[in-house]
Design a protein around this ligand. Structure first.
Ligand SMILES: [Zn+2]
Length: 341
């Protein structure tokens, strides 16, 4: 017993695998967004961009920066317009807010020195102008992860009203996944769409599809498969890919989208594979596994290079040999062999 008592503090003190890693956040607002001045721009590290509301605030409105995990907040500063006389507040449990500071001349600043789960701004009761939040500046331990590729998914048409909440949840989840997608598919000079529209329609014979900056899902599919939010993440990957070239093989276009979905976003859901029948050009999640194999065994930047070539209309099968020293067919055979091992 004595030994156990001595051991416990050591176990508790040992840093976990997530220690020091930035904590993800969500920007929530009860106010509608003004055009492209989206919520995530209030936490993108860019003082020139802002979140702007489409209307003046009313009683009960707030903009909240919610953390995925509690962090020790040393200081928090918010730069904004339309908020003078309003308050900056913090919540230890993420729900019960207490005032930290008042807005004066466009700034509210506090040094809470406390573990918080969220901070929010509450406009003054007599506010008459729409608000604009340039940035939440938070010094904390661990740090918070800023949005590298800010985005907003706007749900604009849902044929089945019972699915409206589902669509809103899927939109929030795609916003959360967007940095992962856009970072995996980044290329010099390319900025992915900042506003993506989402609709759910009757009479669609696939689960979902993407076209330009819009993703459309089937009401029937998502009524029957409410857990399949990853299908919308796959479509979000197509929005980010924005390939236009006819040279791109369809199986690779789908393979890259499913690489993002099943290798990076939800690897726990990729499912099993038939090692005897698998072909590298089988598309979707089978090709996603093949790409994951190349990334792991041959070239960590392979998907970046492949994505860039497809985006810029420069794809040819030679990219496999240029990146790995082996042809596509040789890699396919090697990968298939590895599945049996
Ligand atoms: Zn697809």
């Amino acid at each position: 017993m004595l030994r156990l008592a001595l051991m416990l503090p050591l176990i508790v003190a040992a840093p976990g695998p997530d220690a020091g890693r930035p904590v993800a956040v969500v920007v929530e607002s009860t106010l509608p967004t003004s055009g492209g001045e989206i919520r995530q721009q209030a936490f993108d590290g860019d003082p020139d961009s802002a979140y702007e509301s489409a209307r003046p605030p009313r009683e009960g409105d707030a903009v909240t920066l919610a953390f995925d995990a509690p962090v020790l907040v040393r200081s928090v500063e918010v730069r904004a317009s339309g908020l003078d006389g309003g308050t900056l507040e913090g919540a230890e449990d993420g729900a019960t807010f207490a005032p930290l500071a008042e807005f004066r001349e466009g700034v509210a600043k506090a040094e809470p020195g406390k573990t918080l789960k969220a901070v929010r701004v509450v406009p003054a009761k007599d506010a008459t102008e729409p608000i604009a939040i340039r940035e939440f500046l938070v010094e904390s331990d661990p740090g918070l992860r800023r949005f590298e590729f800010p985005v907003e998914f706007v749900v604009d048409e849902v044929d089945d009203p019972a699915l409206k909440d589902w669509a809103d949840r899927a939109a929030r989840e795609c916003e959360r996944a967007y940095d992962l997608i856009a970072h995996a598919l980044r290329s010099d000079g390319y900025r992915p769409a900042k506003v993506v529209r989402m609709s759910l329609k009757d009479g669609i014979d696939v689960p979902a599809y993407a076209s330009g900056d819009r993703v459309t899902g089937s009401t029937k599919w998502f009524r029957d498969h409410p857990d399949d939010v990853g299908a919308m993440v796959h479509e979000a990957a197509h929005v980010v890919q924005r390939y236009r070239s006819r040279r791109n093989p369809g199986w690779l276009v789908e393979g890259v989208a499913d690489y993002v979905r099943f290798v990076l976003y939800e690897p726990e859901n990729i499912g099993g594979i038939n090692a005897d029948r698998a072909r590298y050009d089988q598309s979707y999640r089978v090709t996603a596994r093949f790409l994951g194999y190349i990334v792991e065994k041959h070239d960590p930047d392979f998907v970046l290079k492949l994505n860039r070539a497809m985006r810029e209309g420069k794809y040819s099968d030679d990219i496999f040999k240029e990146s790995t020293g082996k042809t596509m067919e040789e890699l396919g055979a090697e990968w298939k062999e590895s599945l049996k091992g």
